[in-house]
Ligand binder design. Structure first.
Ligand code: ARG
Length: 599
């Protein structure tokens, strides 16, 4: 099934072609229900082009519009909006057409995959392996995973690239330190264990800053690493493997899959990129590639220093070394040329905006990346402490991501134990094992959901009280809404999966109609998230849906379900419950959140 917005767009396009115009039908869901459910805003733009009055253009569109099977007669409002109100009969038919769920893990709730599948690279997480993952890595991991899930769901081929920092001068210091404190590493590199990477880094750094001989050793180690010395490489690999094991413990816990392909992977390709640029320097006279102060630089229009001088993207430093830009150029080219990427999304903090702006502008100056390959830096703001200050320990150290997750789970456990102690609800007496499992899921869900529910570009405060609140736009509320529907099924004594797929949906009560409309907006919500890359569009939608369900099931405002009669009405309402549960489960899955049947 196509989304309602898409179906209406097609109809408007049809009317437009009948009056001999074309363009974007600009169908949007209506801001205010008073005017209907959807509106088309295309008349204003067309009027300008045609030199006519917008209301006249709108009237001509309405006259040629064929939507009687979907909507009440369309109305024109304001300067020339065309409003659509969906009929209950159309809503009922559309919902009834959603095929039953055969396998929850494959459930698409009636949404078709895209007709235009692409190869997409999502660059996510990408911590620096020299240190432990810290709170700063949460956002890229969680946002990137959500974006990847949505694109995969739509049927795109997604490469989830973990572009870890596993190369560079700091490794000299770490490897020199490792070799001196664990000399056995040379012969037995496998199975290296470093309990605490963070303190290991601090030890190495302290030595580097205070011990000249060690500093010299570190420098020599970098040279050895870069020139491919086999012993140094072996130690380096042991270190990176161990650091990646720390990362993957977190990824496993968060349910995030990704491919580790760090900066080191591109070391050879960097030479090739530089060679290509050197050739360009000779062939072109537009000044794009130039040597400035002995460094090889790229100059793109629009980038200026504070002094209003042209700002270069340095790709080979004056000492001959490569840098972050060189490595990212090689990476980008690899993704396009080797992986066949048609869309690349870098989920990296906003602080790196200029780096990506320059990187993209640079490749647009070459013919390495076709014009239709889309390049996006999906930047995001910082996660701050509840105080609004940067997230640090009281000593000013960075906080490990693992500690934050543990704390969220511990707090979730308190919330659940409290709810479970409510003796008036015997359903909630859980075994120790159940509580552990639910707490882990709810705690991690709370952290993810809270992160994803904020608009990407703004900073937000990490606040466990808010994110674990059972009321409001939070994971516990959403998970509870899902569990509640599961319990309706149990109380009604029906297995939702066996409800007859051909039983009609009957929509009479306003609460039923509103719920039906919300359910049918899921498809366009997913479209919007994949187009605009805004996970909070999905959290907002799910929150609206959960509220619509609450009103539907409300004893006063809504309808009877378990004891509804006649049977066909009861079945229809149970099907609405089931569809809501399925949309919640799938929607949460796309956010990276697993539901619980009980909580
Ligand atoms: N490792 C980098 C950092 O910690 C992030 C890498 C992001 N991805 C990229 N292709 N530059 O800042």
């Amino acid at each position: 099934m196509k989304s309602i917005a898409e179906q209406l767009s097609q109809r408007v396009r049809g009317a437009m072609s009948r009056i001999g115009v074309d363009g974007d039908p600009l169908v949007r869901s209506a801001q205010d229900q008073k005017f209907g459910d959807y509106q088309s805003n295309c008349a204003m733009g067309l009027a300008k082009k045609l030199g006519k009055k917008p209301r006249d253009v709108a009237a001509a569109i309405v006259e040629h519009l064929d939507v009687a099977d979907m909507c009440e007669p369309s109305e024109i409002a304001g300067p020339g909006f065309v409003n659509f109100r969906l009929t209950p009969a159309f809503l009922a038919r559309s919902l009834a057409a959603i095929p039953p769920c055969v396998d929850p893990a494959q459930d698409r709730v009636g949404i078709d995959p895209t007709n235009e599948p692409q190869t997409v690279v999502v660059d996510l997480s990408s911590p620096n392996l020299a240190k432990e993952m810290h709170v700063g890595h949460l956002r890229s991991t969680v946002i990137g995973d959500c974006i990847a899930r949505v694109l995969e769901f739509e049927g795109h081929t997604v490469h989830r690239e973990n572009h870890v920092g596993d190369w560079g001068t700091q490794f000299g210091m770490l490897l020199a330190h490792l070799r001196s404190v664990r000399p056995e590493i040379v012969d037995r590199p496998d199975g290296l264990v470093i309990e605490d990477l963070e303190s290991f880094y601090v030890e190495a750094k302290t030595r580097f800053d205070t011990d000249d001989e060690f500093k010299q050793q570190s420098r020599e180690t970098v040279v050895a690493l870069q020139s491919g010395d086999s012993v140094t490489r072996r130690i380096w690999k042991a270190f990176c493997d161990e650091s990646l094991r720390h990362c993957h413990a977190i990824y496993n816990r968060l349910g995030v899959r990704l491919i580790d392909r760090g900066e080191s992977f591109y070391t050879d390709q960097m030479n090739d990129i530089i060679a290509r640029l050197e050739a360009m320097k000779e062939q072109r006279d537009d000044g794009f590639v130039r040597v400035s102060e002995e460094a090889l630089c790229l100059f793109m229009e629009g980038f200026k220093t504070r002094e209003d001088e042209p700002l270069p993207l340095i790709v080979r430093k004056s000492d001959g070394g490569y840098n972050y830009a060189t490595s990212d150029l090689a990476t980008l080219v690899h993704r396009v040329e080797q992986l066949g990427a048609e869309r690349i999304i870098y989920v990296v903090g906003i602080a790196q905006k200029q780096h990506f702006d320059m990187l993209f502008a640079a490749v647009r100056q070459t013919d390495w990346v076709a014009n239709n390959v889309s390049l996006t830096h999906l930047g995001f703001g910082n996660m701050l402490a509840a105080s609004g200050r940067p997230f640090k320990t009281s000593e000013g150290d960075t906080i490990k991501l693992k500690d934050i997750l543990d704390e969220a789970v511990a707090r979730a456990r308190e919330v659940i134990e409290q709810a479970a102690s409510d003796k008036t609800r015997p359903e909630r007496s859980f075994s120790e094992n159940q509580i552990n499992r639910i707490a882990e899921r709810v705690g991690l869900a709370a952290v993810k959901y809270f992160d994803l529910s904020h608009s990407l570009s703004s900073d937000y405060r990490f606040d466990l009280n808010t994110m674990l609140n059972l009321e409001g736009n939070t994971a516990p509320y959403m998970l509870y809404a899902y569990a509640r529907i599961c319990s309706i099924g149990r109380k009604a004594g029906v297995d939702f999966a066996t409800l007859p797929g051909d039983a009609p949906i009957i929509l009479e009560h306003p609460a039923e109609i509103s719920l039906a409309k919300k359910l049918l907006q899921f498809a366009e919500t997913v479209d919007m998230v994949s187009r605009e890359l805004r996970p909070n569009v999905l959290t907002d939608y799910l929150f609206e849906l959960a509220k619509a369900f609450s009103r539907f099931y409300d004893r006063k405002l809504g309808v009877r379900v378990i004891d509804a009669s006649p049977e066909r009405v009861r079945t229809s309402r149970l099907r609405l419950c089931d569809t809501t549960a399925r949309v919640l489960r799938l929607g949460l899955y796309l956010l990276g959140i697993e539901t619980v049947e009980q909580m």
